[in-house]
Design a protein around this ligand. Structure first.
Ligand code: FA5
Length: 341
């Protein structure tokens, strides 16, 4: 073997040595009295006179390099041995846990809701957060100057557009592009220019639902939403339907669920009522179906369409799921809060 090959081999063996004994073996093999380098020196006399000097110099620098490398590695071993002997290195202590990121509770709830509705045959639709007045209001049977517009305090943009105040405009966008039967959910972010408190934010999430077919009734809605709640909470949850008003549904109702945070005894989240308003819902208004390009059903067995729609507050659902008593915590970015999920 030539000096280059020997050098490569020796350096690799130093690298691989795992303790002082291993290192000593490498030393003996290459630098010992009868080692590889000594035998190379011994064979110098067989070389032509003119080459001896050069080869001798190479051997010397190789020897020096090995001595240095072995010394450095030896010091490293001795240092850790000393730490070990002084008990500073306790090999029985478990290693440090590597911190990993995780999903935000709102994302966990959104994904779970998507899965449950997915299992019930609903597909996911999306729409823009910057919306135009027609989709957000007019098409939903809320004409200009109608007092119902005051139900949604709106962030208007300079260009006349607005930040959508609910996910309902996606109903219209979807109906215009897709033929019934329709069975969709629309999870998304929405914005309202209102005062915040323990259960109100200015930026929050809704999950819209829309089901359109020939023979859809309120009973179908009740069955689906009850099934959703029991799968989501893994227990029977009391829900009540209160007659209400939304311009885009007729009849309309609010759905309340018993407050999981206080088990119905009263707390800041449910304003001490024991109930929390979780969604608005109703049978889609004929004017909304028309705005979506569909012919509404007028009498039994005609060819028109009908169906229900609902809008769940995903933040409130998250609060119920994890017993969070203030919606603002979800947007606080407080690591102490987020670490719990
Ligand atoms: C609506 O936004 C309707 N678009 C819902 C709907 C869809 C009705 C389809 C009928 C048919 P509402 O403003 O009530 O309705 O809001 C729906 C849900 O969003 C509420 O039940 C509540 O859970 C949640 N929510 C409303 N305002 C806030 C707020 N400021 N902060 C957090 N969640 C809110």
């Amino acid at each position: 073997m030539d000096i280059g090959g020997l050098k490569k081999m020796a350096l690799e063996e130093i690298d691989k040595a795992i303790d002082l004994v291993g290192l000593d073996n490498v030393y003996k093999k290459y630098l010992g009295k009868k080692g590889e380098i000594a035998s190379f020196f011994g064979s110098l006399k067989n070389l032509p006179e003119k080459d001896r000097k050069e080869v001798g110099r190479c051997l010397n620098s190789f020897k020096k390099l090995l001595e240095e490398k072995i010394k450095i590695k030896e010091q490293e071993f001795k240092k850790s041995l000393k730490l070990f002997k002084n008990n500073k290195l306790d090999v029985s202590i478990p290693g440090k846990k590597i911190k990993t990121g995780h999903l935000h509770p709102l994302t966990l709830v959104k994904r779970r809701a998507e899965n449950i509705f997915g299992e019930m045959g609903f597909s996911i639709a999306q729409g823009p957060e910057i919306e135009d007045e027609w989709h957000n209001f007019d098409a939903l049977n809320i004409p200009k100057n109608h007092p119902a517009r005051d139900m949604w305090d709106t962030f208007w943009l300079k260009n006349g557009k607005l930040l959508r105040t609910h996910t309902s405009p996606v109903q219209i966008r979807y109906m215009k592009k897709n033929n019934p039967p329709i069975r969709i959910i629309v999870p998304g972010r929405i914005f309202r220019h209102e005062a915040t408190d323990a259960s109100h934010e200015i930026n929050f999430y809704q999950l819209e639902g829309l089901m359109i077919d020939k023979d859809i009734s309120i009973s179908n809605f009740k069955a689906i939403i009850q099934e959703f709640f029991s799968r989501f909470f893994n227990k029977v949850i009391e829900a009540r339907l209160r007659p209400s008003f939304f311009p885009f549904t007729e009849p309309s109702f609010e759905v309340d669920m018993s407050c999981v945070v206080c088990e119905g005894t009263g707390c800041s989240v449910c304003s001490s009522t024991g109930w929390i308003e979780i969604m608005g819902a109703g049978m889609v208004h004929p004017n909304v179906l028309k705005a979506g390009g569909l012919i509404p059903r007028q009498k039994a067995k005609d060819t028109g369409w009908q169906g229900f729609a609902f809008g769940i507050g995903l933040d409130r659902l998250t609060m119920m799921k994890y017993k969070i008593d203030d919606i603002r915590l979800l947007y606080s970015g407080d690591i102490r809060f987020l670490k719990q999920f």
